[in-house]
Design a protein around this ligand. Structure first.
Ligand SMILES: [Zn+2]
Length: 409
């Protein structure tokens, strides 16, 4: 396994009687959650942070509400973009991946994200992918190219794939091209067929693929194979940024069906974060990094609050004022936390759980804490006697009001 970041202690709360729903869909008591992880070459910009914080809020809510959650996340620690970046910078691809995984882990730990139960790299998962590709060949859902023995999935074998395309075919082909696909490669049966196994090329890393020959995994089958291995079937919830909805999640879902594992319950796609008017992207160079903000002295908990002020479904724009607002909000909450007195009420915990249970509405949750802080600071004895308020803010929102930044101690 790829090294996870250290566990984050989550305080326990009184029983919360809520039935969480996402997009109106009730979440079952047993949840297999699969969140697509990073390709480690540009970690961790705020778009990444927004995605992993959204799923952290989900995991925290579900566990606090008594659900059993098994959270699996992958790391695409070998793929074309990583190899291209390594080549462009004259770095060994393994060193680049290791250093970026380390940076991502440090950011996640600073943001107090609860680590996944399983954190699996693709390099260690190659045998799972080899088995999955071999099965897809057996059932006629995949084929070998003539000449170079790359293996592709044939999307026409999966009737549901084409029937459920989220956009018209022309747009699907364009998105596939833009997001790592190769629609124009000669010899493919359909332009949307995704790569499952890339045969070894000179100068590229490769692993033993048994009857597939030496090579390396395609991206979509990687996530399908890791989910199957560690969740035992299709994920209840599949998550990632909205730019993964097509083709990535559509392709992985098709692979799972073809492997005989049907549909998960739902997908959750988080909104894109933009900077200076455009979605943060490597090609445009308009990235803001969690590590840079931290090194400039930003309190990681304020970064967390700045992100949580936006609903996970929405696209939004990062501005420096977001961080200033969040820092002021955090200071106010901390001041209120000091004034809490022993008591038995748990009003805020129930209020937070109720708004989060409705499509994980973190902006509404922050509003509830603002109101609580206002009552505490105004001297309201009932608000001050809410003995579980500070624990609820920690358990559900990941903000530990008793953990002050070092420079303030
Ligand atoms: Zn994935």
């Amino acid at each position: 396994m790829v090294d996870r970041w250290p566990n984050v202690a989550v305080p326990s709360l009184p029983t919360l009687d809520v039935e969480p729903r996402i997009g109106g869909v009730p979440i079952p008591r047993e949840v297999g959650l699969y969140v697509c992880g990073i390709t480690p070459y540009d970690a961790t910009h705020l778009g990444h942070a927004a995605t992993y914080l959204a799923f952290d809020h989900l995991v925290r809510l579900l566990r606090a509400a008594g659900h059993r959650v098994r959270h699996v996340q992958n790391v695409t620690d070998v793929d074309d973009p990583l190899l291209e970046r390594a080549a462009a910078t004259g770095t060994d691809w393994r060193e680049l991946a290791d250093s970026q995984v380390g940076l991502f882990s440090a950011d996640m730990a600073a943001l107090r994200v609860v680590p996944p139960d399983v954190y699996a790299g693709v390099v260690e998962s190659v045998p799972l992918v080899v088995d999955a590709v071999a099965r897809l060949l057996e059932v006629g859902a995949a084929y070998r190219m003539a000449g170079i023995p790359d293996v592709y999935a044939t999307v026409e074998h999966d009737a549901r794939f084409l029937r459920t395309l989220p956009v018209p075919m022309g747009d699907a082909v364009a998105l596939f091209q833009e997001r790592g696909g190769d629609p124009e490669r000669p010899g493919k049966r359909s332009r949307l067929d995704p790569l499952l196994w890339r045969a070894e090329r000179p100068g590229e890393p490769a692993w033993d693929g048994n009857e597939l020959g030496r090579g390396r995994p395609g991206w979509h089958i990687e996530c399908a194979a890791i989910a199957l291995e560690h969740l035992g079937g299709a994920p209840t919830i599949t998550g990632g940024g909205s730019d993964l909805s097509f083709p990535h999640h559509h392709m992985s879902a098709s692979h799972l069906r073809e492997l005989g594992h049907g549909e998960g319950l739902l997908t959750m796609h988080t909104g894109m974060v933009s900077l200076a008017g455009h979605k943060m992207s490597k090609s445009r160079g308009n990235l803001e990094f969690v590590a840079r903000l931290r090194h400039e002295g930003a309190d990681p908990q304020a970064i967390r609050l700045a992100v949580a002020a936006h609903h996970w479904r929405t696209d939004w724009e990062w501005r420096r004022t977001e961080l200033d607002d969040a820092t002021r909000r955090l200071d106010r909450w901390r001041t209120a936390a000091v004034l809490v007195e022993p008591g038995s009420s748990s009003t805020l915990a129930h209020e937070l759980a109720a708004v989060l249970a409705d499509d994980l509405d973190t902006p509404a949750a922050l509003g509830r804490v603002d109101e609580w802080a206002g009552r505490v600071l105004g001297g309201d004895p009932r608000a001050r006697a809410d003995a579980h308020a500070v624990a609820a803010i920690d358990a559900l929102l990941g903000i530990d009001l008793q953990d002050l930044p070092r420079r303030r101690r």
